[in-house]
Design a binder for this molecule. Structure first.
Ligand SMILES: [Fe+2]
Length: 289
């Protein structure tokens, strides 16, 4: 029987993102998955309410934060990893293909030679099959690309943090049209996730409700997804999925926070160094994304 970590989800309504605090009840080792730094794009202001809620929970549960895990370079919210690490410690980890994302978007943002494209801003770069421990609970990593080239699924005991691969069965799957995304790869990654034991708890990075559903949900199971996912339940072929996903992606606009998010998240959640005047600026690449 795989171990049963305690998982608490924190939903950020402005970005539809779910962050998680994961705890090992036996050792009180903790992890945070996909944190959010609040960002108001109209004013350029950041805030730490969402991150402070995660930090408060970690403290209340008396967890020692061992890991700050990112499933991928998010395009719809900014990561609060540096803020959380400063307050609680922990190793910041992401997939090794972050290098591909840094290479692609380093060019798009003309990030300059100071911006390292080797993933060295992170403490640990995971590759497919790598293992780690959350206290006494064994975890491992599945490389699940398709939405982005660096996407990871973290399997910790009987819980899997699947990032942007699947969403709730009634909503479907993540888009695959960002630079480096690939619908065919996404299908194959999803089938790998769905080959986990049927009772595996799946924790999603987002929920958007769905027609006929008036509340947010972010937890499901492999069995439920295989039975009912509107895009990839059992029986839907790779070609059918790719045709559906490609057509649907053509109808989607850019996420509201894509420009600040990628710029900051590809740099492990760090904003650019201050300008000569001591202030921090973000760039907007015109007609590039
Ligand atoms: Fe994403």
């Amino acid at each position: 029987m795989p171990a049963h970590p305690e998982v608490t989800g924190f939903f950020d309504e402005p970005t539809n993102t779910v962050s998680y605090v994961v705890g090992d009840p036996a050792t009180k080792a903790g992890a945070i998955v996909d944190s959010v730094l609040d960002y108001d794009s109209a004013s350029g202001h950041t805030a730490t309410q969402s991150a402070d809620a995660l930090i408060g929970h970690v403290k209340k549960q008396r967890l020692t934060l061992d890991w700050i895990l990112e499933t991928h370079v998010h395009a719809d919210h900014l990561s609060a990893a540096p803020y959380i690490q400063e307050k609680l410690g922990g190793m910041l980890a992401i997939g090794e293909n972050i290098r591909v994302v840094q290479e692609t978007f380093g060019k798009i943002f003309n990030a300059g030679t100071d911006f390292e494209r080797d993933g060295s801003q992170f403490d640990r770069l995971f590759k497919d099959g790598d293992t780690f421990m959350l206290g006494s609970i064994p975890g491992y990593v599945m490389h699940t690309p398709g939405h982005t080239p660096a996407c990871l699924t973290y399997v910790i005991g009987n819980a899997a943090f699947i990032g942007d691969t699947l969403f709730m069965p009634d909503f479907g799957t993540a888009r695959a049209d960002f630079p480096g995304g690939d619908a065919r790869q996404l299908y194959r990654s999803i089938r790998r996730v769905l080959s986990l034991p049927p009772d595996t708890r799946l924790f999603l990075c987002h929920d958007y409700k769905a027609p006929g559903r008036d509340h947010f949900i972010w937890e499901t199971t492999v069995a439920a997804e295989r039975q009912a996912n509107v895009h990839v339940r059992d029986g839907i072929s790779e070609d059918e999925f790719v045709a559906m996903r490609t057509a649907r992606d053509k109808t989607l606009g850019a996420p509201k926070l894509i420009i600040p998010s990628i710029q900051v998240n590809m740099n492990a959640g760090h904003f650019p160094e201050p300008d000569a005047d001591g202030n921090v600026y973000l760039k907007v690449p015109v007609n590039r994304i």
